[in-house]
Design a binder for this molecule. Structure first.
Ligand SMILES: *Cc1c(COP(=O)(O)O)cnc(C)c1O
Length: 366
């Protein structure tokens, strides 16, 4: 068959191990999964209630315009309804952008390591990918600017960056945006923005007025706790949204996702509570790592990348066999680190105890 050549070099997304697999494989009862940056507290009760009320609407197509959610979200964000584009997860918005702007003869610029879907989609579209290594966990914005040439059509920023948790501060972001040519789309993926608390964290939506070549991506999968429903969105100027819309499938976001997301947006108290609990969890990890002599990046997300200065798969495997699933950095471009999603207080304590055990056992073995 005449597959696109670039497809043959790609591997399918490797999901974190599933809970059921690990139970079976190691004969365990209890599994704690802190591998995919899901919200350990689940979604808002209001969102869950909306789903309970939604039975009986299976036979109808969803609202392809997501009208109700669109107006609720626009008023929450302070944008026009026409500034939003919805996706089956923000993953799909990444795909839509790639379909619309990337192809042979074009190139795209991103950090490395960062969220893998930017590169994956760019490769499928046949564009050249320019990866600019992170500097101490942060985007090398100067390096990214230098990589821009006349064939560049999209630049990807991930802030807070997955997997390091480091954010771009407001002044750096603004001065970067001022230097990117206006005909190049800058994608600012803010999947974790609701977790950010830094004083110099920017307000992305207000940057849209000044920068017409900016699109901001957000998701209901992380702090909103709705990952299984698959819904994310982009916020941009109305011209950008209008240009992208034909690349979106008409019924890409299902009815249940729309209903739950609308309720979730209204419950900002819950979001705040999750943000606070996440901060407390991060502090738990910071003091544990400091005591254990492990280095890590300070995180504005709901995860922490911990450097073990040894093959991360060993730590990963040790935790896995005890029922704690984390993400090995091996597949994320950080082979000596693991990425742990911040869990509940108890989950954090349990995993820190196991990491402590691992360190003791392996130190004894040396
Ligand atoms: C989780 C994540 C996404 C994808 O979110 P979905 O909306 O579930 O597709 C996008 N970007 C980053 C950086 C993420 O970590």
């Amino acid at each position: 068959m005449k597959w696109k050549k670039q497809l043959l070099d790609l591997t399918p997304y490797q999901p974190g191990k599933s809970i059921e697999d690990v139970k079976k494989q190691y004969g365990l009862e209890k599994i704690v999964k802190l591998a995919s940056n899901e919200n350990p507290f689940g979604c808002s009760e209001e969102a869950a209630k909306a789903l309970q009320k939604s039975s009986g609407i299976f036979a109808k197509y969803p609202d392809g315009y997501a009208g109700e959610l669109r107006s609720i979200l626009a008023s929450h964000l302070g944008t026009e309804p026409g500034q939003l584009i919805f996706g089956n997860g923000s993953d799909e918005v990444i795909q839509i952008i790639s379909r619309a702007l990337l192809g042979p003869g074009r190139n795209t610029i991103m950090a490395a390591p960062t969220f893998p879907q930017y590169k994956h989609n760019a490769v499928i579209e046949g564009a050249e990918v320019k990866e600019i290594p992170l500097l101490d966990g942060a985007h090398d914005l100067e390096g990214m600017l230098e990589a821009i040439d006349e064939n560049t059509s999209v630049v990807w920023l991930c802030s807070p960056n997955n997997p390091t948790g480091i954010y771009i501060n407001e002044s750096k972001l603004v001065s970067f945006l001022e230097k990117v040519p206006e005909d190049i789309l800058v994608v600012l993926d803010e999947a974790y923005c609701e977790y950010a608390v830094a004083d110099d964290y920017y307000h992305a939506v207000s940057l849209l007025e000044k920068f017409s070549n900016l699109i901001v991506l957000r998701t209901f999968s992380k702090i909103y706790g709705l990952a299984s429903l698959r819904i994310g969105y982009g916020i941009a100027g109305e011209d950008v949204v209008r240009a992208l819309e034909p690349a979106r499938e008409p019924f890409n976001v299902n009815t249940f996702a729309q209903m739950a997301a609308a309720e979730a947006v209204k419950d900002q108290k819950y979001v705040e509570e999750c943000r606070n609990r996440n901060r407390e969890g991060l502090e738990q990890f910071y003091s544990f790592c400091d005591q254990a002599g492990l280095s890590y990046y300070p995180s504005q997300g709901n995860f922490i990348l911990i450097d073990f200065k040894r093959d991360a798969n060993e730590v990963f495997q040790y935790l896995l066999e005890k029922g704690y699933i984390v993400r090995s950095g091996a597949g994320l471009g950080c082979p000596q680190s693991i990425r742990v999603t911040i869990g509940s207080k108890e989950q954090n304590e349990e995993i820190m105890e196991l990491i402590g055990q691992f360190l003791e056992e392996t130190a004894a073995a040396l």
